[in-house]
Design a protein around this ligand. Structure first.
Ligand SMILES: [Ca+2]
Length: 142
């Protein structure tokens, strides 16, 4: 019997294998949750797993907790704050932002008293308690 291990990513839509899959088990305890800020909700908090945290509204705060969390600050005006971003572990996914060819060089990154302020050209993101030198292009998905 052959076996394989598959790391599921938030973008996974199709799973296939050349030889076919005869048995597939999934431990949901490690999957984390997909959490979206609802209208009027100001803080979205993940748990111990690898969560996906999404915010649409200005003034939202995202808190990933433990695990490798994916942050999707989809704010196109105003700002979103991430409380516990961990460089090298928690990617910030800007792939849904409008504009083709948008990349790390298009971000205006500056230091603020509360942390690192990122201007996407459409909205803003605050990474609490981080300095701009602590993040680089590898922390973002475009
Ligand atoms: Ca988490």
């Amino acid at each position: 019997m052959r076996s394989a291990s598959v790391k599921l990513l938030p973008s996974l839509e199709t799973l296939s294998a050349a030889g076919g899959i005869s048995r597939f088990t999934l431990d949901q305890a490690d999957l984390g949750q997909v959490l979206t800020a609802r209208t009027g909700q100001t803080t979205v908090a993940g748990g111990a797993g690898d969560d996906v945290l999404r915010a649409h509204e200005t003034g939202s705060t995202l808190r990933g907790g433990d695990g490798a969390d994916v942050f999707l600050p989809e704010v196109v005006s105003g700002w979103v704050q991430i409380e516990d971003f961990t460089p090298g572990e928690d990617p910030i996914d800007f792939s849904d932002l409008p504009g083709r060819g948008f990349g790390f060089d298009d971000l205006e990154i500056s230091r603020r008293p509360a942390g690192t302020w990122i201007d996407t050209g459409a909205g803003h993101l605050l990474l609490e308690d981080l300095r701009p030198g602590q993040i680089d292009a590898d922390d973002f998905l475009f």
